[in-house]
Design a protein. Structure first.
Length: 229
């Protein structure tokens, strides 16, 4: 399988798995930059996320021109394109609607790492303080600026965008963003959450963000969902 076909499969798998765990539903999208190009693969606007296949992945360029596939591209594709333009290190972006993470920020609660894997967000979770759809280049640029060099930016009252160096790591970050938010929210309900101490955060930030960890989580959910394309 050539590189672009393999990337198309990964984008479809990631989208299906994110729908399976409830981080996207009938909306939400996953993209991957084709390395060494200004082209991006992303799931199409109309294809149901629960039955998505590689045939539903379309190709656009960083200027938003539609290049290939059974389109159209999602209306919030500008989110992805703006992040890729601002962040050459990013090769995959996911726009999610994670229920607990979104509610946590609506409640204006501080997001702190309370589980070991939450340490991957210890250097900040910025907020884009506008809940409206990000469907223009201008709005998307503001979001990308808010993201800065972080791994995730919250879209207040709407969802978030995750930006990482691979499709697998994007899925990994998405899973643990919501996992930390779920544990943290329960702790807020019980009392005052105790965050991880600095030495644990530092160890986790350096020790967890690794390819073998991404692949372990990815393979688990591939098996769990039974995806075989």
């Amino acid at each position: 399988m050539d590189e672009i076909k393999q990337l198309r499969v990964k984008v479809a798998q990631c989208c299906r798995m994110l729908e399976y765990v409830g981080l996207i539903d009938f909306s939400g999208h996953v993209s991957a930059r084709i390395p060494g190009t200004n082209q991006v693969l992303i799931n199409s606007w109309g294809a149901p996320r629960c039955t998505l296949t590689p045939d539903d992945i379309v190709k656009v360029d960083l200027d938003g021109n539609f290049l290939e596939g059974n389109g159209p591209a999602p209306t919030e594709t500008p989110i992805h394109l703006a992040i890729y333009r601002e962040r050459p290190d990013v090769l995959s972006v996911a726009h999610l609607h994670p229920p607990v993470t979104t509610a946590l920020f609506i409640a204006q609660k501080e997001f702190i790492p309370v589980i070991y894997h939450g340490s991957i967000f210890a250097r900040g979770v910025p907020v884009h303080d506008d809940s409206r759809h990000i469907n223009t280049a201008e709005k998307a640029t503001r979001l990308a600026k808010a993201l800065g060099d972080a791994r995730v930016v919250i879209i207040r009252g709407h969802g978030c965008a995750v930006a990482t160096e691979s499709v697998e790591s994007c899925f990994f970050a998405s899973i643990y963003l919501e996992d930390n938010a779920e544990k943290l929210t329960r702790a807020y309900q019980m009392g005052s959450p105790k965050g991880l101490p600095p030495e644990e955060i530092e160890a986790g930030y350096a020790g967890i963000w690794k390819e073998n960890q991404f692949q372990k989580v990815w393979n688990y959910f591939l098996l769990k969902t039974g995806l075989n394309f």
